[in-house]
Design a protein around this ligand. Sequence first.
Ligand code: IPM
Ligand code: MG
Length: 373
Amino acid sequence: MKNTYKLMMLAGDGIGPEVMAEVSKLANWLNSNEDIGLELEDELVGGASIDVNKIPVTDATIQKCKEADAVMLGAVGGAKWDDVDYNIRPEAGLLKIRKDLDLFANLRPAIVFDALLDASSLKPDIIQGLDILIVRELTGGVYFGEPRGIETMPDGQQRGFNTQTYTTSEIERVTEVAFDLARKRSKKVTSCEKANVMESGKLWRQVVTNLHKNHTDIELSHMYADNCAMQLLRNPKQFDVIVTDNLFGDILSDEAAMLTGSLGMLPSASLGKTDPSTGKRYAMYEPVHGSAPDIAGQGKANPLATILSFAMCLRYSLDQGALAEKIEQAVQDILNNGLRTADIMAHNCQEISTSAMGDAVIDHIKSILRKAA
Ligand code: IPM
Ligand code: MG
């Protein structure tokens, strides 16, 4: 009997459907050739859902996400929906899924592939061998804090306001994830906040320091987020795991992504807590890049971030680490062989389309399997 799993596929907007099509192709190939059964179901999210349902995600879709073994998401947003009501903009759908599934821990690895050393704007010796993991808090902070809004003041001016808020348990649970992941890596955690300016940052630092008393095998350091942004450019290899809040994590992970040469290479996993009675953990996997409407529909998008997110899904949600490794190995081989999408194109390489890149991943998994046989 094959292990079978349900995957909710939310392709979204812009290049989302193109890159997700490559994951579906790969999943279907695995179904026919490996000892796994992946049942894929497509649903709408973001602008695509607004066009049909008038809202960026329906309750029925949220329910299906909860029932699935994992959710794969492409990207949301685009100028077409710039004028929709702020509460139902495409991004609100993504934020609602994160919140409703309580996906508080967002793992964003930034790994530099040797073949892409020249794609980075940094000198090769600064980034060669780089392997860092940003653990971003994803369901709290200023993204969700109340009160928020835009109000008109007595003098007629308008005032926009948001609230940065963190509780002890919100800080503890994401830091716990960071310590656990660091234990399987170089055992170093850097916690980032602005304790010099924000009370929420002061509490963050206190809670992380206290929790560390139960994790003394991990080397912990604290860094102000602005310094971290600078250090990521100056000497990124000083970092192993970075744990930080929702907003700083959003910014620092885009920066870390570019160290690797292209946003088109970066996968992510968003994890909830494990239900002790069922062992089930809600999870969603998505590329770090956005919907890139400017290149949508042209076959130019890089599907590797989404394919690598699928590998993370196999590892973290479906307990298929060996398959995940094959996919990651295939991606590395392809890059070494000089195949590139436009975003990572370099001298002496061959530029190929989104779907040709998806095909190449499958071809290389085939050759890995042949060698193993
Ligand atoms: C990300 C994105 C999202 C975020 C947007 C699309 C709401 O930038 O996942 O990093 O800000 O979290
Ligand atoms: Mg972002």
